[in-house]
Design a protein around this ligand. Structure first.
Ligand SMILES: [Mn+2]
Length: 361
């Protein structure tokens, strides 16, 4: 934990939020990703806990269950209060009552929102979901380092998994091999449910691994990611397992996707628009081999990556994106070709935008 983490994040968030007295982040049974962003804890769930942000400090209101866990991890500038005592609830109420507060209305359930208004009596509640998204779009050095480490573990675990490929194994078996290698390599957990597709299943972008058995000549698509200290990676690799009579056709699909990705990454630079990067990959795929694959790339080229694997609601590299790429942003670049009944290919890397262009993490 760096001493400056919380202070830098408070500056980012209040700068993006405008005129507010404080910001209240309320967890439910789930941890608000903005809580994760501010607190930077590596341990604990903090269900129903409240993090109150002021311009120069933060106060965590939690319960006996995790009070000690919080005290041990609290960064410089954060105090911890045990809400099991009724007197401490009054402390929270005093800080909120009559104030103009921010809250993440993109996360907060409506009933919790109503409760906050009723019990804490703020003067007004302003949505800060977009302000947090904006702050989280630009990564600091420690955040970049964590995503880089997550990406490296992911790529190494994929390579290890490829060594275990054998005819007759199931998608679930390969998923288990990947996950076990990733944990052994030092990740803290998965970014999302592991995707493994054999053969024709590779035409389904979000296929869940099942008992499909690997055959010679199959596409093997793995879309996987891990977390390192709360930050995600998201990597996809497609290979062809041995040869069957349609090997050349399959290689053409894979090579087209690889070239589309290469061209898109080469065009990434400060100030480039998200939609223009998408359209480079799109038009490459649509025009390759006389238009043979036109219409087979059916999703956005890339999304922001951070605490969430799809970080923020704003489209990054997509046809309607209004994004201008800035140094410190991290985006996936993941073109694909999907042919129902035949299979498909997707290749995905995590790209850091810098002053000098793209860096593959
Ligand atoms: Mn992705």
């Amino acid at each position: 934990m760096s001493d400056t983490w919380l202070r830098a994040k408070l500056d980012n968030v209040f700068k993006a939020s405008g005129d507010l007295d404080c910001i209240l982040i309320a967890n439910t049974g789930q941890q608000d990703p903005n809580f994760t962003y501010m607190a930077d804890f590596s341990s604990g769930l903090f269900e129903s806990s409240i993090l109150l942000l002021e311009r120069k400090k933060a106060t965590l209101f939690t319960y006996s269950l995790e009070y000690e866990t919080a005290l041990r991890q609290a960064p410089k500038g954060m105090s911890v209060v045990n809400l099991n005592s009724k007197a401490k609830f009054e402390e929270l109420k005093k800080k909120v009552s009559g104030r103009k507060i921010g809250a993440n209305l993109g996360f907060l359930p409506y009933l919790t929102y109503i409760n906050i208004k009723k019990k804490l009596k703020p003067k007004s509640v302003v949505d800060v979901s977009r302000a947090f998204e904006k702050a989280r779009e630009i990564k600091s050095k420690p955040e970049i380092d964590r995503i880089r480490k997550a990406a490296r573990i992911t790529k190494e675990a994929i390579s290890e998994s490829h060594k275990h490929l054998k005819e007759g194994m199931t998608e679930k078996e390969l998923a288990a091999i990947f996950e076990s290698h990733a944990l052994k390599l030092g990740c803290d957990g998965l970014s999302f449910s592991t995707i493994v597709c054999f053969g024709a299943n590779a035409a389904l972008p979000h296929h869940s691994p099942d008992t499909t058995k690997l055959k010679k000549g199959d596409f093997v698509l793995m879309d996987v990611g891990v977390k390192v200290r709360n930050y995600c990676s998201d990597i996809t690799r497609t290979i062809i397992f041995g040869r069957d009579s349609r090997y050349a056709e399959k290689m053409r699909v894979l090579e087209t996707v690889l070239s589309a990705q290469k061209n898109a990454i080469a065009a990434i630079k400060k100030g480039a628009s998200g939609s223009s990067i998408h359209s480079i990959a799109q038009s490459y795929i649509d025009t390759a081999y006389g238009g043979k694959y036109k219409g087979t790339f059916i999703h956005a080229l890339g999304h922001s990556i951070g605490i969430d694997v799809h970080d923020g609601s704003r489209g990054f590299l997509s046809p309607r994106s209004d994004l201008k790429l800035q140094p410190g942003m991290i985006t996936s670049v993941e073109p694909g070709i999907y042919i129902p009944g035949f299979g498909g290919a997707r290749v995905e890397d995590d790209i850091l935008v810098t002053d000098k262009g793209a860096i593959i993490l």
